[in-house]
Design a protein around this ligand. Structure first.
Ligand code: FAD
Length: 387
């Protein structure tokens, strides 16, 4: 059930979508929320959730059941992301990467053998995947990527490195984007254990601390031809994966905003100053009323985006607008909630500060806030500013 639902968005959902929301919310309340603060404080990835997410059915929800997915629609996927990110953006990141950036490209661009080999295990959480597009010198401009794949006897040789890769330190497989001898971007599946393939953990993050982020290093890795994703040719294929993931990011941000708003609302009714609950002060009410308004707008935007996704009519630009709007909205809600909670807002007794720090990464990954603005600007003016 949607907890804060001012415009009765829940009435637009099917009984199945409502049930999914309730089940994932209960999982988040029972399993994620009680432990996540400790993992974030220790900068530790709760690896046990990989199996648990598999059992819950949040990996690959839109992938057909015969391949180990959930056979569900996009609104269901969005609602799952929302409820998981109420707990923590790191956990939703794990779900987004596995579902949209590993299972989806294998389903969309893979051979029948690749689908049979990898998808069921990924869906069950028996294996974990990561997605390697960003490089040390190519972030917002992935078209410049330098990792090379070239033909050799018995397959292909992969050389180069990837940076800022979610799940990398624990991943069993990596969907990697490299440049082939014709200069085109090619998707390939790299498996842990292939000689020359190593991962390194990135330490010292103040954001997404419960997510494991790392580097992928390829030193003359011999890739069998069976691991080339046959239809993942051209940068567009990689960007299509990002469209799917960004849809989940847009929904997930609503979950963070709901958690912050509901926490601040409750606190404001219980905290007394000047012999009154602080919720009775007009300036606190202004904050709460504006938060609710922005959350409601994001809920309606995302619901409509989900219906367009279900009809295969959602555009990259619509997804950019939703991701950009919702993440900014959630960050504003987190900041206002923190203010309402005064000093208590900075402590680990409440989730606000953790959410706020997480959102700084969410604002940058899957396309930065400004790049999404430029994607919108390019569409409405016909003049791309970043090419
Ligand atoms: P840059 O591209 O260097 O940008 C720096 C600043 O310059 C930004 O503000 C940007 O908006 C601005 N800028 C750049 N170009 C322009 C322009 N033309 N006009 C105006 N402004 C511009 N990548 C993956 O491939 N897989 C992952 O799993 C993954 N996980 C991540 C997890 C975390 C925690 C983080 C932080 C990042 C992750 N990334 C991942 C990488 C992420 O996608 C990149 O960080 C992002 O694309 C931005 O690249 P950059 O950090 O190199 O910033």
């Amino acid at each position: 059930m949607l907890t804060t639902d001012f415009f009765k968005v829940e009435e637009l959902l099917t009984p199945e979508q409502r049930l999914i929301t309730q089940v994932v919310k209960e999982f988040c309340d029972k399993e994620i929320k009680p432990v996540i603060e400790g993992y974030a404080q220790r900068a530790e990835f709760p690896v046990q959730f990989v199996r648990k997410f598999g059992e819950l059915g949040v990996f690959g929800p839109t992938i057909p059941k015969e391949y180990g997915g959930g056979g569900l629609d996009y609104l269901s996927y969005g609602l799952m992301c929302q409820e998981i990110e109420r707990g923590d953006s790191s956990m939703r990141s794990t779900v987004s990467v596995q579902s949209s950036l590993v299972m989806w490209p294998i389903f969309q661009f893979g051979s029948e053998e690749q689908k049979q080999k990898y998808l069921p295990g990924l869906g069950k959480g028996e294996i974990l995947g990561c997605f390697g597009l960003t490089e040390p010198d190519y972030g917002s401009d992935p078209g410049g990527l330098k990792t090379k794949i070239s033909k050799t006897q018995g397959g292909y040789l992969l050389n180069g490195s990837k940076m800022w890769i979610s799940n990398a330190p624990f991943a069993d497989i990596a969907v990697v984007w490299a440049r082939n001898e014709e200069g085109r971007v090619q998707g390939v599946i790299v498996e842990r254990g292939m000689p020359g393939f190593t991962t390194a953990t990135i330490h010292g993050k103040w954001s997404l601390r419960a997510s494991a982020t790392g580097e992928l290093i390829f030193d003359k890795v011999l890739i069998p031809k069976e691991n080339i994703l046959p239809d993942a040719l051209g940068l567009k294929a990689a960007l299509q994966c990002l469209d799917h993931a960004r849809f989940g990011v847009a929904w997930g941000a609503i979950g963070v905003a709901l958690d912050c708003y509901e926490t601040a609302l409750k606190y404001s009714g219980e905290r007394f100053q000047f012999n009154k609950p602080i919720s009775s002060f007009q300036l606190v009410q202004k904050k709460l009323a504006e938060m609710l308004t922005e959350i409601t707008k994001a809920q309606l935007l995302s619901w409509r985006l989900g219906t367009l996704m279900n009809e295969s009519r959602a555009t990259t630009t619509q997804i950019s607008m939703a991701k950009r709007n919702n993440v900014e909205m959630a960050l504003q809600v987190a900041r206002e909630s923190r203010q309402i909670m005064g000093a208590m807002g900075i402590t680990d007794s409440f989730p606000i500060m953790r959410h706020m720090m997480n959102l700084e990464s969410v604002m940058t990954y899957e396309g930065t806030h400004d790049i999404h603005l430029l994607i919108l600007g390019a569409e409405i003016t016909g003049n791309p500013a970043f090419k």
